[in-house]
Design a protein around this ligand. Structure first.
Ligand SMILES: NC(=O)C1=CN([C@@H]2O[C@H](COP(=O)(O)OP(=O)(O)OC[C@H]3O[C@@H](n4cnc5c(N)ncnc54)[C@H](O)[C@@H]3O)[C@@H](O)[C@H]2O)[C@@H](O)CC1
Ligand SMILES: [K+]
Length: 470
């Protein structure tokens, strides 16, 4: 964003004009969504405060009851912020005075994401005061790059930002302070490489069978089962893949687990696979293979992964298929291809990528770097799941629920992704679709959720997305 602004300024665009556009967008946002009540505008010393002054002037023109407070005396303001304060042209009270002043809504224009140290004094007290807050850019108190509060922090009902979403708006813990986030277009051309997951991004690309379709035209997903006492995870994935629309799903089972799998499978087909050699033959007709859930941390899993990565099938690798490479992630990365998907949780991620989550400023950057290193799509699970592609684009999924933190939930997620990839959806989009569908299923069930429940929610969710309930 900063780079995009600087590039724009170098072409002669007036920075004050941009601030006016931003401030006016703020006023529209506030007036449309909080149409009543007395507004306390809290302005900081920089550009964020400047937006606040412009917004205050625009809101007053809309006959809103506005009081303006500033962290520094007006005569100390410089540049665009001084011009913006002049545009307000009315009384500017010291920030402390806001503490006891009557108001209904607070417009927080103290600091943007470039905050360098925790809030102090009146700003700190105002952040701790609570109430109904609307923030400009980010809630003041948040460190934009680290995506977390530095100390006391405003908790907003809504946040308006400009040009593009930033990690602080979608990553935890900062996202929890932002409320609903609105991105206003103020004419700064940015290449949006970070998106928040939503069916608006991919709803029209959800695969569906044509009138004359048949099962072979809807893709073939294969799932590798664990041994006799570890078969459930692969079955959760396989059933979810079938629900997500794959025309055929085959469970590839080690000989000792054939009877167990056979007694539990109906629509999912079953094939015996004793070793990597047999795996190669068994996946010839599949377009994508899920490997890892309860596969076992052993050489046979590693050989199976290597066999899969040298085949023509796309791979969805999770759990043990990732852990078996903890001692030599480099060897793993060399074999992965851009259309493969790995779905680590934080522990598995750390085992493969070391301390990336500490050395990179935030989870989005860490996942982007991981995708670059691994050379494939990476889906890093969590309350703020990040999906990144090796060439940079990233999507954050916040559409989830804490009830999804349960055994087998990740196997279902891998299954949905596999089912979508089998139908020809590109891996990055399939991962985004899968994490949203998984989150939506979890939200519909809520408390008491177990992984077995999730797939049963999919028909209704998918029908709604296809517009079949309209
Ligand atoms: N750059 C631009 O062209 C645009 C910027 N806009 C606005 O400008 C904002 C960014 O402006 P700035 O870069 O001036 O950033 P801020 O408005 O956050 O102000 C930063 C200033 O506050 C000081 N500061 C940092 N932490 C402090 C603390 N804890 N206590 C006291 N002072 C502290 C810093 O030393 C710096 O002088 C964005 O958030 C956005 O609202 C918009 O007007 C759109 C255009
Ligand atoms: K702010």
């Amino acid at each position: 964003m900063r780079a995009a602004e600087e590039k724009l300024f170098s072409t002669g665009v007036d920075s004050f004009k941009l601030m006016q556009q931003a401030g006016n967008a703020v006023a529209e946002f506030v007036h449309a969504n909080w149409p009543e009540g007395r507004i306390q505008v809290l302005c900081g010393p920089g550009g964020n405060g400047g937006d606040g002054f412009v917004a205050a002037a625009a809101l007053a023109k809309l006959w809103r009851d506005v009081d303006v407070y500033c962290l520094v005396p007006a005569e100390k303001l410089e540049g665009d912020s001084a011009k913006a304060a002049a545009e307000w042209g009315d009384e500017i009270k010291p920030l402390e005075a806001a503490l006891d002043a009557p108001h209904d809504i607070v417009l927080d224009a103290l600091f943007g994401g470039g905050l360098s140290r925790p809030l102090e004094g009146a700003a700190e007290k105002l952040a701790a005061r609570g109430g109904r807050v609307i923030s400009i850019d980010v809630p003041s108190g948040i460190h934009g790059e680290l995506a977390k509060p530095l100390g006391a922090c405003f908790r907003a009902e809504g946040t308006i930002t400009f040009a593009a979403l930033r990690p602080a708006h979608v990553l935890m813990p900062s996202a929890a302070y932002c409320g609903g986030v609105f991105v206003a277009d103020i004419g700064v051309p940015v290449q949006t490489s970070l998106l928040e997951n939503s069916p608006l991004l991919w709803g029209r690309r959800l695969p569906q069978p044509g009138q004359g379709s048949h099962k072979h035209a809807r893709g073939h997903l294969a799932v590798v089962s664990g041994n006799i006492i570890s078969t459930g995870a692969a079955r959760l994935a396989g059933r979810a893949g079938l629900r997500a629309g794959a025309g055929l799903v085959t469970m590839l089972s080690p000989p000792d687990a054939i009877a167990v799998n056979a007694s539990h499978l109906t629509a999912v087909m079953l094939k015996e696979v004793a070793d990597a050699e047999q795996l190669r033959a068994a996946i010839e007709s599949a377009s994508v293979v899920i490997l890892g859930p309860a596969a076992g941390i052993n050489t046979s899993t590693r050989e199976n992964v290597e066999c899969l990565l040298s085949s023509n099938c796309r791979a969805v690798l999770d759990a043990d298929a990732l852990t078996v490479f903890s001692d030599d992630p480099g060897a793993f990365f060399k074999q992965l291809r851009p259309d493969d998907l790995i779905t680590p949780h934080i522990g598995e991620f750390n085992r493969l990528f070391g301390d990336l989550l500490e050395t990179e400023p935030n989870k989005v950057e860490a996942t982007r770097k991981a995708a670059q290193l691994a050379g494939c799509v990476v889906l890093l699970k969590g309350p703020d799941t990040v999906i990144a592609r090796p060439d940079g684009p990233a999507i954050v999924n916040t559409h989830a629920t804490r009830w999804l933190a349960t055994a087998g939930s990740g196997d279902v997620l891998a299954g949905i992704a596999g089912g979508l990839i089998a139908q020809g959806v590109d891996t990055f989009t399939a991962a985004a679709m899968a994490s949203w569908l998984h989150g939506e299923a979890g939200r519909r069930i809520g408390a008491g959720l177990i992984a077995e429940d999730l797939e049963a929610e999919l028909p209704d969710i998918l029908s709604s997305l296809h517009g079949e309930h309209l």
